[in-house]
Design a protein around this ligand. Structure first.
Ligand code: HPA
Length: 277
């Protein structure tokens, strides 16, 4: 599906869960795998993990799947893969993220998560590149997401859908990740709308209200994953110190470069965590 024509999610009368079910049927047909066990969304810096998790049994452009959009950004690979781990588990690797700042609405943002749920997955691993507020986190540091503050003012939930978000980022899975790397720190992720980076004042606000990480994805996706009943593990790669924490201006290139540099180390960490799930 292209960005401008015929995405069924752009029809406000469409049921997003039916679109996700159609997408899951596409994935079953394209992969030959009826049910996937784990879903993994790859943010900037995490891309190499797909190769380390196991054997890729199918890979195709996300645009072959109902409701998926073209990737908006260089550095965000628009590929979906089915990977078989050594334990024989099927991992749906989502290398195509629609960001809220693209302005296509939350239904499109969380479509990959709903599709993963419709494809059978019970565990959702969300990764991203983000800015760090804790000064001890140097660029290239991977951190666990312990909770989030959704500053978008939006939600993937429609109507009076009251959903508990206690333990949204599963303590059990965070503990499991720390058995692989005991040095993993964790923090609260603040999702801003973007696409502009935050002002130093916004970063100070995020810190004051209990945030440690600033980014432009993940919180809305995590809410949709919880609605679907999935257990969630979230990882941020700190690609830069947040605005005002670092005194030099932020650039998208800096974020991409930090991701590239950290990629081998964090991807191998992620692959080991997935192997332990
Ligand atoms: N802020 C928001 N999103 C980001 C950042 C940041 O500093 N770095 C990478 N993604």
């Amino acid at each position: 599906m292209s960005d401008t024509t015929g995405n069924p999610l752009d029809d406000p009368t469409a049921d997003p869960f039916e679109v996700a079910a159609a997408a899951a049927a596409d994935i079953a047909r394209l992969t030959g795998v009826d049910r996937h066990d784990i879903a993994l969304t790859l943010g900037s810096g995490w891309g190499k993990a797909a190769e380390l998790i196991g054997e890729t049994t199918a890979a195709f452009p996300a645009t072959e799947v109902t409701g998926f959009s073209r990737p908006a950004l260089e550095g965000h690979v628009g590929t979906l893969r089915s990977v078989r781990t050594p334990k024989g588990r099927h991992v749906l690797v989502i290398g195509a993220r629609t960001h809220y700042y693209e302005g296509h609405g939350v239904r499109r943002v969380v479509h990959s998560v709903r599709t993963a749920a419709a494809a059978g997955t019970r565990t959702m691993v969300l990764t991203n590149g983000a800015g760090g507020i804790k000064p001890t986190w140097k660029p290239g540091t991977p951190v666990l997401i312990s909770d989030h503050i959704n500053l978008t003012g939006d939600s993937p939930l429609e109507g009076a859908t009251f959903i508990d978000l206690t333990d949204l980022y599963s303590m059990r899975l965070r503990d499991l990740a720390r058995t692989i790397d005991p040095a993993l720190d964790e923090g609260v992720y603040c999702q801003f709308r973007g696409p502009q980076y935050e002002t130093p004042a916004e970063v100070r606000m995020a810190k004051t209200i209990g945030g440690h990480i600033v980014g432009m994805s993940t919180a809305l996706e995590a809410i949709a994953a919880r609605q679907a009943g999935m257990e969630i593990l979230g990882f941020s790669l700190i690609t830069n110190m947040a605005a005002g924490i670092q005194t030099t201006p932020l650039s998208h290139q800096e974020v991409i470069d930090a991701g590239r540099e950290a990629e081998p180390v964090i991807s191998s960490l992620l692959a080991r965590v997935i192997g332990a799930l």
